[in-house]
Design a protein around this ligand. Structure first.
Ligand code: DHB
Ligand code: MG
Length: 221
């Protein structure tokens, strides 16, 4: 099976299960036109994030890595109208596109976008007692994933979900000798997750419009 087959199954599922949505289509168009890297979650993964937020009853969400806010909008749709998302973005040009998209989607009142490197904002969130968050989505620069996990643990409570995007690295995640900083970051993140008695976790690989990819899911004990 090839990428074409994976794509067509993703398209089949998305067309069938995700109603046509002019806002989300406009968001993806805006991201593309602004030249953002094509790293948005797939529509069916975005909907999974929304469902996980809803299943877990999340009211407060922390997203590390906003990009164009496509996943942020899905998460915002999974929390109650009086819920809150704090989303962290280091790149000003991405944040500008994200803000316009959040306005376009009518969820800007629910989203607090903080423009700064996440490793600067995360200690501020702890100092401000901004937690606990019910769901954390880690989807930023992969070399820092181990740090993001440590901060996520400081900002969650028993029962919170911690989701890590892009843990497969086209299969290179199994390469213990990899020199790729992203692979190394993801491996350390997974090993820390496995070793931490506060976490109960799994990881899944996916194929589809994003190629060979996957995510981890952990619950805080
Ligand atoms: C990468 C990052 C992402 O968030 C993503 O969804 C796909 C790829 C990356 O850094 O390679
Ligand atoms: Mg990602």
């Amino acid at each position: 099976m090839t990428k074409d087959a994976w794509d067509s199954v993703d398209r089949y599922f998305s067309d069938l299960l995700i109603p046509a949505d002019p806002v989300l289509a406009a968001v993806l168009r805006a991201n593309q036109e602004a030249g953002l890297p094509a790293m948005d979650v797939a529509p069916n993964q975005g909907k999974l994030l929304m469902l996980l937020a809803r299943i877990s009853g999340a009211r407060r969400v922390l997203e590390i890595g906003t990009l164009g806010a496509y996943s942020t909008i899905w998460l915002a749709r999974g929390i109650p109208a009086d819920g809150r998302i704090v989303t962290l973005e280091a790149e000003p040009s991405y944040a500008a596109v994200a803000r316009a998209n959040l306005d376009r989607a009518g969820v800007a009142d629910r989203v607090d976008l903080r423009l700064a490197p996440a490793l600067r904002t995360l200690p501020e969130l702890v100092a401000q007692r901004a937690g606990p968050f019910d769901l954390v989505f880690i989807d930023a620069d992969k070399p820092n994933n181990p740090h993001y996990l440590e901060w996520a643990l400081r900002l969650t409570r028993p029962g919170s979900l911690i989701i890590g995007d892009n843990v497969v690295r086209d299969g290179h995640v199994v390469d213990a000798a990899s020199a790729d900083e992203k692979v190394r970051g993801v491996r350390t993140f997974l090993e820390m997750t496995a070793a931490d008695p506060r976490l109960d976790a799994t990881a899944l690989q996916t194929v589809g419009s994003k190629g060979w990819d996957g995510f981890s899911l952990a619950v805080v004990r």
